[in-house]
Design a protein around this ligand. Sequence first.
Ligand SMILES: C[S@@+](CC[C@H](N)C(=O)[O-])C[C@H]1O[C@@H](n2cnc3c(N)ncnc32)[C@H](O)[C@@H]1O
Length: 213
Amino acid sequence: MSKILYPLQEKYLSSFCEEHDKLMKSMQDFALVNNVPILNKHAAQFIEQLILIKRPKRVLELGTAIAYTAIRIARLLNNNSLIDTIEKSKDNVKIAGRYISNSGVASKINLLFGEAGDLLTGLNYKYDIIFLDADKEDYSNLFSLSLPLLRKNGIYIIDNLLWQGYAAASRVPKKFKSSTKHIREFNKIFTTTESLQTAIYPIGDGLGIGIKE
Ligand SMILES: C[S@@+](CC[C@H](N)C(=O)[O-])C[C@H]1O[C@@H](n2cnc3c(N)ncnc32)[C@H](O)[C@@H]1O
């Protein structure tokens, strides 16, 4: 359940986005049962709209998990476009690889195994869209390493900037204290980045959007 929207609003909005796609439904079910965090469906819809507006040639995702969003994005890419997606967990890479093979869009997904901070320094491409969805304590570092790879007029997207409501809460459970501190610090960095026109939207778990000037 959303910790950002009122339950009634969440239920109402969800009534418009029931999942009918078999693969996506099975990935959502897998993520739920196995406790794998994947993108909220409203946030996924919003990103899909950005993909359709921007028509990117090359997309970079930091944090693949089981490739739920990577596949959703790849399905909307033109034939000569590609998404590079980086994942550090061996287990997740294996599962992501299986889902990608069955997705029908495997040729548009380049799955990279490793720590994003290490792999980013070796990437020589320029991206039209970058999506950051990794561990919260890595956000500042991955953001600063990847921002130079974003083209002018490119879109930087970041998930979890409201962090289950804790970013704005006065009381934060012990378990979330450290991650909340990282998100709060990161939000200051993100919204004051001079090369980006930024906003944070209450979609999903809080979606940050920055357009490179
Ligand atoms: C929230 S999940 C990603 C969900 C995915 N973007 C989606 O919407 O389907 C975060 C994933 O990022 C991976 N991850 C976290 N920090 C990372 C890092 N520094 N480098 C590479 N992968 C990382 C985690 O192992 C986890 O699978």
